[in-house]
Design a protein around this ligand. Structure first.
Ligand code: PGA
Length: 248
C-alpha cells in the first residue's frame, strides 16, 4: 500500500487526476472504475478541463461506476446517474454506450447485477479504480461486515452512511436506505486502486484502514492486501498516521 500525503484537497484531486490522465493516455482500451461523493468532484473538474484544452481524449474509455441508490426516480438530482452526467460525462467525449452505472432501478436486481459483472469482464476488467472511503471505512457501499468476496449486489446502507450522506439530500427528499454496489471482490480485481480521502472526519477510518487488522469490520483495510493500492490523503485525513516519512 502506497501512501501519499498532500497539503489539501486541491492537491489530492490534482494528483489523482494526473494519475487518471496518464492511464487514459497510455491504455488504448482504458477501463476506468469511477466513484462519486464530494471528494471526487475536484478530480472530474480537472479531467474535464484537460479535455477542453485538447490534452486528453476519452473516446476509447469505458467506465464502470461503483454504486447507485435504489428507489430514486430516473434523473433524480441526488442520484449518481445525475452526478456523473453533470460533473463529468457531459463535459468529455466518453461514448454513451461505454459508460455504466450499477443497475439500481430494475426489479430483477440479482440478474441485473450479474449482467453488470459480466460487462466488466467483457470490457477486459477494470484497469484503474477510483475509491472514496466512508467515515465507517466503507468502500463503495460495502458497509462494515461486507464479505471481501462480495460481488455487485443490492445492499442496505449503514446508519452512519445515511447520516453522513444526508448532507447531499435536500430536506424534502428522502434518503434511500438501499443501493446497488460493486462488491469488494469486484473492486479487488481492478489492476490498480486509488483511494482519496480528505478532511478530519476521515482520519479515524484512514488510520484503521492503514494500521489496523485486515477485517471486514473495516472494509477499506483490505487495500493492505492489494498489490497496487495507493492512498492519496490530505494532511487532515492523514492526521492520525504520523507519516512524515511518507510524504511525496
Ligand atoms: P465523500 O464520500 O467523498 O462524499 O466523503 C466518500 C464515500 O463515502 O465513499
Amino acid at each position: 500500500m502506497r501512501i501519499i500525503v498532500l497539503k489539501d484537497r486541491k492537491a489530492v484531486c490534482a494528483a489523482a487526476a494526473k494519475r487518471v490522465a496518464v492511464f487514459v493516455e497510455k491504455d488504448k482500451r482504458a477501463v476506468l472504475g469511477l466513484a462519486t461523493g464530494g471528494t471526487m468532484t475536484g478530480v472530474y473538474e480537472i479531467l474535464a478541463d484537460k479535455y477542453r484544452r485538447g490534452s486528453l481524449n476519452f473516446s476509447h474509455v469505458t467506465s464502470f461506476n461503483l454504486d447507485e441508490y435504489c428507489g430514486l426516480a430516473q434523473g433524480h438530482k441526488c442520484g449518481y446517474n445525475y452526478y456523473m452526467y453533470h460533473n463529468f460525462f457531459r463535459h468529455i467525449n466518453i461514448r454513451e454506450k461505454n459508460r455504466h452505472i450499477p443497475p439500481a432501478s430494475g426489479k430483477n436486481s440479482g440478474d441485473a447485477c450479474a449482467a453488470y459483472e459480466k460487462k466488466i469482464r467483457r470490457a477486459g476488467g477494470i484497469g484503474l479504480q477510483l475509491l472514496g472511503i466512508g467515515t465507517n471505512g466503507h468502500i463503495a457501499f460495502n458497509e462494515p461486515g461486507s464479505s471481501f468476496c462480495s460481488r455487485t449486489r443490492r445492499v442496505k446502507l449503514a446508519e452512519e452512511t445515511l447520516k453522513s450522506n444526508s448532507r447531499y439530500f435536500p430536506r424534502c427528499a428522502k434518503l434511500p436506505c438501499y443501493a446497488v454496489t460493486m462488491g469488494i471482490g469486484t473492486i479487488l480485481e481492478a489492476g490498480e486502486l486509488l483511494l482519496l480521502a480528505c478532511g478530519n472526519k476521515k482520519a479515524a477510518a484512514v488510520e484503521a484502514a492503514v494500521k489496523g487488522p485486515v477485517t471486514t469490520d473495516m472494509p477499506a483495510s483490505i487495500l493492505q492486501l492489494h498489490p497496487k493500492a495507493t492512498l492519496i490523503l490530505d494532511r487532515q485525513a492523514a492526521g492520525k498516521l504520523k507519516t512524515h516519512n511518507w510524504k511525496f
